[in-house]
Structure formats: structure tokens, C-alpha cells
Design a protein around this ligand. Structure first.
Ligand SMILES: C[S@@+](CC[C@H](N)C(=O)[O-])C[C@H]1O[C@@H](n2cnc3c(N)ncnc32)[C@H](O)[C@@H]1O
Length: 247
């Protein structure tokens, strides 16, 4: 059976960890991430409340949200990332993580808030994006906030049509998702740099209208759309603050 394209991240994590790198994704020390989450938690009174993080990766946001006093549940489809995040979050008794497909599965309980940090843009077909947003919406209590942090964004020129398959997306973008590319990753233990050979992974940027339309179609109210400064994580991105309102 064909594996969904979004499972390809597992191979990247394996390549990164076996090269001796500490992590691929966000670090809990990312200042912009920390400050954004701190303000979001404070503005929404999320201290002591339950937060589900979709596509949690190696657990950076789990550390930050646990330090901020939240009850954290991180989910990700890549077992290697979940193993890593489990180790990182050992010190926090209110933090749990699980392997979980956010496109195909819905959470068993309702949360006070949800977070997605560079996860949504990894989904390229309209159907996968829509299924995930519905699952995320259903996992929230009434009026609960959700934050999409650093999602791939362009001011204009994004593809406006429907994408049915990864093959179609490859044709539209002309991107090569197979050839291995040399990438440099920090090895935080020794402060050095290690090199890994990994392919580009599919991702889909949207413009503001595109994002707002997707969120509103599900029933989210879009409260804030912030263009982010370029960072080592991603050059062009936006953070989008939404809230579950009654459908
Ligand atoms: C760009 S990484 C971001 C990881 C982490 N949030 C961070 O910022 O460091 C995208 C993550 O999405 C996860 N992912 C992709 N598709 C997924 C799915 N269907 N269900 C759950 N996680 C998924 C990948 O395994 C990967 O960890």
C-alpha cells in the first residue's frame, strides 16, 4: 500500500539523529517562539489548561508550554520525533506525547487550546488539509483558541486551485522531492555543525486570503494574521491566531 507523502518526515529525523545532530526543528530556546507562546498563553489564560499540539516534532513547544504551566499533549506522525520528545519532556509530569496521524485521526478528548508549529503547511492536498483542520476543530472546546505558528506564506503568487495528489503538486511547483541535498544541522552538544543528506519535503504556502478562507470554511474565526520575520526555521511565514466558534 502507498504510504501518505507526509510520512516522509520520519526518514529525515532518522538521517538527522544518526548523523549526530541534536534536532532538526525548533529549539525550546527560540526566542520568538518562546515570546509568542508566552503571550498567547497569558492572553488566553491557558495556565493550568490542556493544550494539544499537532505535528509537535521533537517537543520544543512542549518544553515551553510545560514551563508556562500548561497541561501538554503533543502528537506527531513520526515515531523518531516522538521518541525524542518523550525524552525531552521526561522532567514534566503534565506532558505526554503520542504517535498520531492528524489527517486521519481525531483526538479522544476536547482541549482548551491547540497549537500547530510549521505542521499545517506540510499538507499539500486540499483533502488532507481539510481533514486535519476538521479534526483539530473537533478536538477543541467551544471558544478555544488555536495558534498556527510560522506557516509557509507568500504575499501573492500562491496556487489558488484544488490540489488532489502529491504528483499534481509536484507538477504545479516543479519541485524535486527525491534528490538528496546536503543540509547543515547544529550539533548542540558539541556546538558544531553536522551535515546530512536529505530530500526536500513537500510543503504548501498560501497567501493571507487562502489561509483565511480555509480556516473560515471549517468554522474558525481568524483573529490575527501576523507576517513573521525571516528566521533560520523558515524564510517566509505567517502566524495565524484562530478561535473555534459554533458552526
Ligand atoms: C516542519 S516539522 C515541524 C515540527 C515541530 N513542530 C517544529 O516546529 O520543530 C513538521 C512536522 O509535521 C509532522 N507531520 C506531518 N504530517 C503529519 C500528520 N499527518 N500527522 C501528524 N504529524 C505530521 C512531521 O512528522 C514533522 O514532525
Amino acid at each position: 500500500m502507498n504510504e501518505p507523502y507526509y510520512k516522509a518526515y520520519e526518514k529525515r529525523y532518522q538521517a538527522v539523529f544518526s548523523a549526530g545532530a541534536e534536532r532538526w526543528g525548533h529549539s525550546p530556546d527560540d526566542e520568538v517562539l518562546y515570546n509568542t507562546l508566552k503571550s498567547w498563553v497569558e492572553e488566553n489564560n491557558l495556565q493550568g489548561k490542556s493544550i494539544i499540539e499537532y505535528a509537535c516534532g521533537e517537543g520544543a513547544c512542549g518544553v515551553i508550554l510545560s514551563e508556562l504551566g500548561c497541561i501538554y499533549h503533543g502528537v506527531d506522525i513520526s515515531p523518531s520525533a516522538i521518541e525524542k520528545s518523550k525524552k525531552l519532556l521526561q522532567a514534566y509530569p503534565n506532558a505526554t506525547v503520542d504517535v498520531f496521524d492528524m489527517v486521519k485521526e481525531s483526538a479522544a478528548e476536547k482541549y482548551d487550546a491547540a497549537l500547530d508549529c510549521m505542521g499545517f503547511h506540510m499538507l499539500v492536498t486540499d483533502n488532507d488539509r481539510n481533514c486535519y483542520l476538521k479534526n483539530a476543530y473537533d478536538s477543541l472546546k467551544e471558544n478555544a483558541p488555536m495558534l498556527f505558528f510560522r506557516e509557509s506564506y507568500r504575499q501573492n503568487g500562491t496556487y489558488q486551485g484544488v490540489v488532489h495528489t502529491l504528483a499534481e503538486w509536484e507538477q504545479i511547483t516543479g519541485e524535486d522531492y527525491k534528490t538528496l541535498q546536503l543540509r547543515q544541522v547544529r550539533n548542540s552538544d558539541e556546538g558544531g555543525i553536522v551535515e546530512v543528506l536529505v530530500p526536500l519535503l513537500p510543503a504548501r504556502a498560501k497567501d493571507k486570503t487562502g489561509y483565511v478562507e480555509e480556516f473560515e470554511n471549517i468554522g474558525f474565526d481568524v483573529e490575527k494574521f501576523i507576517e513573521m520575520d525571516s528566521s533560520t526555521a523558515i524564510p517566509h511565514s505567517a502566524s495565524i491566531y484562530v478561535r473555534k466558534i459554533k458552526r
